[in-house]
Design a protein. Structure first.
Ligand SMILES: *[C@@H]1O[C@H](CO)[C@@H](O)[C@H](O)[C@H]1NC(C)=O
Ligand SMILES: *[C@@H]1O[C@H](CO)[C@@H](O)[C@H](O)[C@H]1NC(C)=O
Length: 284
């Protein structure tokens, strides 16, 4: 007992110093390195319908399209409007399409409307390739599931934002994406920069994302992040999850860099401007 007491004392000073160094390190990390991220929608459980309203930016003030432009802005996440089966089918379409090309950096796209397919540092046309090689890659079923899923998303947006169905149009680019952690080789591979869709793509008024793979199961990193003034908020991807939002400055966002695995999604874009509408792809 006595011995113990004696031993204690010489450790007191080093202990206090160690605790203080630890405390300073924690404060330093908090102030300079801590990213204040809130998980808005975790990968599970399954969500039926979550709505987050945000004040609209001024992006829509000077626009026509009274019936279609957002009166209220926000973000909606729904896990039950696209079936797992259809999502898995579209994942298979993405894989077989992208297998014909692929960028040499970490991000590749396939656009079934224009035919654009990433190839090395640029793009080729998948329909021309299919014709040249005389292969039977995309079936009528592939296109009909694609259209059905697109229609479900279109319907959900018109319902949630109270837009007459015939006033909201599919626009471009609407495309499959595949991301992994391979180093970027061209600007097309740098998917992680913050951006505003309405500014980046011009025609977008509503942006929808359908996830074809699942955070933590198929990949890590790769969360979707809304960059808000009061802190950043993530939506964690999940097979069949649909996330849609108004495309203006109220929804500045980015995709977190992948840490492992491969991430698949479809971006489905909608516009209020019939001049920018595109048609559904069909087997040709
Ligand atoms: C939110 O993310 C942006 C861009 O990634 C970053 O610059 C900013 O520091 C983050 N904000 C907070 C509060 O963590
Ligand atoms: C990652 O992407 C690159 C570029 O598209 C591709 O070459 C590579 O095969 C991909 N790796 C995996 C594991 O999918």
């Amino acid at each position: 007992m006595k011995n113990h007491k004696k031993l204690d004392k010489p450790y007191t000073v080093p202990c206090i110093i160690a605790v203080n160094i630890g405390l300073i390190a924690v404060i330093y990390w908090w102030v300079f390195h801590h990213e204040n991220i809130e998980t808005l929608v975790p990968v599970s459980p399954n969500v039926d319908r979550l709505i987050f309203q945000v004040p609209c930016s001024k992006d829509y003030n000077l626009e026509d399209f009274e019936d279609c432009k957002p009166k209220k802005c926000g973000r909606v996440v729904m896990d039950n409007i696209v079936s797992k089966e259809d999502a898995r089918h579209l994942l298979m379409v993405a894989k077989k399409g992208l297998a014909l090309g692929g960028s040499n950096g970490g991000a590749s796209i396939l656009d079934l409307h224009s035919g654009a397919l990433s190839k090395d540092n640029s793009f080729i046309n998948i329909y021309r390739l299919i014709e040249d090689q005389q292969i039977n890659l995309l079936s009528e079923t592939d296109f009909s599931i694609y259209r059905k899923v697109k229609n479900s998303i279109h319907e959900a947006i018109t319902r949630e934002f109270k837009i007459p169905k015939n006033k909201l149009f599919l626009t471009k680019p609407t495309f499959f994406s595949r991301m992994n952690m391979t180093e970027a080789k061209s600007i097309h591979d740098e998917y992680w920069h913050g951006h505003v869709d309405k500014e980046t793509y011009g025609s977008f008024h509503y942006t929808a994302l359908l996830y074809l793979s699942t955070y933590k199961e198929d990949f890590t990193g790769g969360r979707f992040i809304f960059i808000d003034k009061d802190g950043n908020k993530t939506v964690e991807p999940r097979l069949g999850r649909v996330s849609f939002f108004t495309s203006g400055h109220e929804n500045l966002h980015r995709v977190e860099r992948l840490i492992s695995g491969v991430r698949y999604a479809i971006t489905v874009a909608f516009t209020c401007d019939p001049k920018h509408s595109i048609t559904d792809p069909t087997a040709q």
